[in-house]
Design a protein around this ligand. Structure first.
Ligand code: BGC
Length: 287
């Protein structure tokens, strides 16, 4: 055990080959995970509709080791074009270690299964293989709301909160992340439940407010209906609001009638990058 701890301290910014040979894969993924997970430096990348941004993250603290770098999302944002941007980001940071990426779709074992607000050609794409192939780095990909949730639960408004926590990200899409006693139930996609006979996202996302030029009050009443539905279905102990619109919570909090405690996300702009990096912690063995 001592030798394992030492190798991590000594090699700090992790030589993956040394880790793999000195310690067994199982050790790293099981009993040592909590301890060693905190030692990682991982490039977190947040792939969004308008920008793809990344920064190397120290996962123990959730802090950036260098300034965030952003590249505009290419027109059409098809897999091959986005992969080139991911490569540019890795090159910008001269990165050779693990990469965590978050993406606005359900991601099942690295494969995109949905494409509500992205090009349909993503469906069925193994994003982890695509990005690992182009960067030469081990890559983990997860849903963007799940990533934001991980960041909030580790460092933000959900830190230390047990029971059922629902994170709702309000942006172009309506993203959700569900945690039970701190454990993520991935790919919940609850922004797409039916509400008034329509996809809830089309009515209650921030894009609906902008598209229909709604006042905060009119939009908030829709969003409140959405939260009431979430409450009736899930009975969360806490709801954390993230995404762009959550920065304006003071403009619409007064219209929310749901009696579940509601708090704004604390990690906001950086949540995707931080959460993506956290999700890639198991890649420390170079898997
Ligand atoms: C997508 C989700 C995503 C959310 C926020 C929705 O349209 O289906 O996967 O998390 O938007 O980007």
């Amino acid at each position: 055990m001592l030798s394992k701890i030492c190798c991590v301290w000594i090699f700090g910014k992790v030589d993956y080959t040394i880790h793999t040979t000195v310690c067994s894969t199982k050790d790293y993924l099981t009993q040592d995970y909590g301890l060693l997970g905190g030692m990682m430096e991982i490039l977190g990348i947040d792939i969004g509709g308008s920008g793809i941004k990344g920064a190397p993250v120290k996962t123990r603290t959730g802090t950036f080791l260098a300034d965030r770098y952003r590249i505009a999302t290419p027109e059409g944002a098809r897999p091959g074009e986005v992969a080139k941007v991911v490569k540019k980001l890795a090159k910008h940071f001269a990165w050779t270690g693990p990469i965590g990426c978050c993406f606005p779709a359900s991601i099942q074992h690295g494969v995109a299964r949905t494409a509500a607000n992205v090009d349909k050609s993503w469906i069925g794409t193994n994003i982890e293989h695509l990005f690992a192939g182009i960067t030469g780095c081990p890559v983990r990909v997860l849903n963007d709301a799940d990533a934001a949730g991980l960041a909030e639960m580790r460092f933000g408004a959900g830190k230390g909160v047990g029971g059922l926590v629902l994170i709702v990200t309000i942006g172009t899409g309506l993203g959700t992340a569900l945690f039970t006693d701190g454990v993520l139930v991935p790919n919940t996609e609850l922004g797409h439940i039916e509400m008034n006979g329509q996809d809830a996202e089309l009515q209650a996302a921030d894009s609906a407010r902008k598209r229909e030029d709604l006042s905060w009050e009119v939009w908030a009443r829709r969003f409140d209906q959405y939260l009431q539905t979430m409450k009736a279905l899930l009975w969360p102990d806490l709801i954390i609001l993230g995404g762009g619109a959550s920065k304006k919570l003071e403009k619409f909090r007064c219209y929310l009638t749901v009696d579940t405690p509601i708090v704004p996300a604390a990690t906001l702009n950086d949540a995707g990058i931080i959460g993506a990096a956290l999700a890639a912690e198991p890649l420390k063995i170079g898997s």
